[in-house]
Design a protein around this ligand. Structure first.
Ligand SMILES: Nc1nc2c(ncn2[C@@H]2O[C@H](COP(=O)(O)OP(=O)(O)OP(=O)(O)O)[C@@H](O)[C@H]2O)c(=O)[nH]1
Ligand SMILES: [Mg+2]
Length: 396
């Protein structure tokens, strides 16, 4: 028989799928009672509570097939061997075997006992509350060690400390210092936006210039099909990688040309759409001298002009990019020459400004808006509004 429903929630905290162990969190008033309904510790424990800051090894008995909780004492029933750990007054972790079956069985038992089963994101946001909970979710979603380090600094209070310092500047009339610090936070908005979402970099150009070969080289594996004949790539092929610890989605696109082929035409349409929808466009040309039927507007899009196939002698004099400027990078996807420089130039052109260690960074849209609006307010002399905006976005 299950106890009456209680305000307890439970969540699978480790990623679903195969693994040696998995962790299930149980939190709320009555979490002990629910866990002890199924869990029999090897060592004697008080009947209705688990000891603080200690772990207990024991057995989770599956009570299915019986309404009688005391049937767990039956010697012929086999349970799951688990470790239970009380984290704080209201939170318990159950460490069980990994894989779907064991986790599902335990979560089913918890649900039957009245626990609300929630996704791990909800577990984090409800547990920490407000912006601290959102930060914990972002930390779990960080795409690289570098971006995780920046998020960890925010979890430890870098953002709220730095914003608090700006509010103090304003309180004490140091408006110039506040303005400088807000400008710095403003510079860090793009980085904050790309801690859990990658920068998008599209490789665009005429057919056959080696766009797919370049993307494959940068990725280090043959993600896109490469062929001698033009018109090979038809779709936008997106792949996630990192340059210098910054997450980057490389988008290989169809060569842009006029064609009667409806499938290739759709590829060209998608390539043109990728132009508008990317943080940077790498415009690739080769020694053949073929050009795009149009030139992207360099005022609207960040562009990097790349000359590929420098291992081949140029049949035309292709030494300058269509803008008249020199190519930004000269590479050979075939030999690998210039590929390291290409990765560096992509990061430069994206305009990534790395924060100092332990520096505050706005990581959410609300924080970025607060920085921009507070800066506007300071510049127009409305320090009261600036303080209100920053206080609201400061978090714990
Ligand atoms: N010599 C030489 N050949 C290259 C280089 N890069 C690519 N190629 C060759 O150029 C041809 C076209 O390469 P792809 O990478 O498929 O070119 P693409 O721009 O993706 O072509 P589409 O998908 O048709 O637009 C293939 O035969 C490649 O092997 C290079 O740096 N040097
Ligand atoms: Mg291609």
């Amino acid at each position: 028989m299950c106890p009456d429903p209680v305000p307890v929630c439970a969540a699978l905290l480790t990623a679903p799928g195969r693994g040696a162990i998995a962790t299930i969190g149980v939190r709320g008033i009555g979490a002990d009672a629910i866990v002890l309904t199924y869990f029999t510790p090897r060592r004697e424990t008080a009947p209705d509570s688990l000891p603080h800051s200690q772990i207990r090894f024991g057995t989770w008995l599956d009570p299915r097939g019986s309404d009688d909780i005391d049937s767990r004492k039956c010697p012929d029933r086999v349970g799951e061997e688990i470790v239970v750990c009380r984290i704080d007054a209201s939170t318990i972790e159950v460490h069980c075997h990994g894989g779907d079956a064991a986790c599902r069985a335990i979560l089913d038992d918890l649900r039957r006992a009245g626990a609300r089963i929630v996704p791990w994101r909800t577990w984090l946001t409800e547990g920490e509350g407000g912006s601290a909970g959102e930060l914990r979710v972002r930390l779990a979603e960080a795409l690289t060690d570098r971006t995780a380090g920046i998020l960890l600094a925010q979890c430890r209070g870098a953002w709220s400390r730095d914003v608090g310092a700006i509010v103090r500047h304003l309180d004490e009339g140091r408006n110039e210092s506040a303005r400088r610090a807000l400008r710095r936070l403003g510079q860090l908005i793009p980085v904050g936006r790309h801690l859990v979402a990658p920068w998008r970099v599209a490789f665009v150009g005429p057919p056959n210039v080696g766009k797919s070969s370049l993307v494959n080289r940068l990725l280090g594996h043959a993600r896109s099909i490469v062929a001698e004949r033009p018109g090979t790539t038809r779709d936008v092929v997106a792949s996630l990688t990192a340059f210098d610890g910054w997450p980057v989605e490389l988008r290989d696109t169809a060569g842009i040309r006029s064609t009667e082929d409806p499938i290739e035409n759709e590829g060209v349409r998608r390539a043109r759409a990728a132009l508008d929808d990317s943080d940077l466009v790498v415009l690739v040309r080769d020694a053949g001298g073929s050009e795009l039927p149009f030139l992207p507007d360099a005022r609207a899009i960040r562009l990097l002009h790349v000359r590929n196939k420098i291992d081949l002698p140029a049949s035309h004099s292709v030494n300058v990019a269509p803008t008249g400027a020199r190519f930004d990078v000269r590479v050979s996807a075939m030999t690998g020459e210039g590929i390291g420089e290409l990765a560096d130039r992509i990061v430069d052109r994206l305009g990534v400004i790395p924060p100092e260690p332990d520096e505050g960074v706005p990581v959410s849209l609300a924080q970025s808006l607060a920085v921009e609006r507070a800066l506007d307010a300071v510049e127009s002399g409305d320090t009261r509004r600036a303080k209100a905006l920053l206080d609201a976005a400061r978090g714990p």
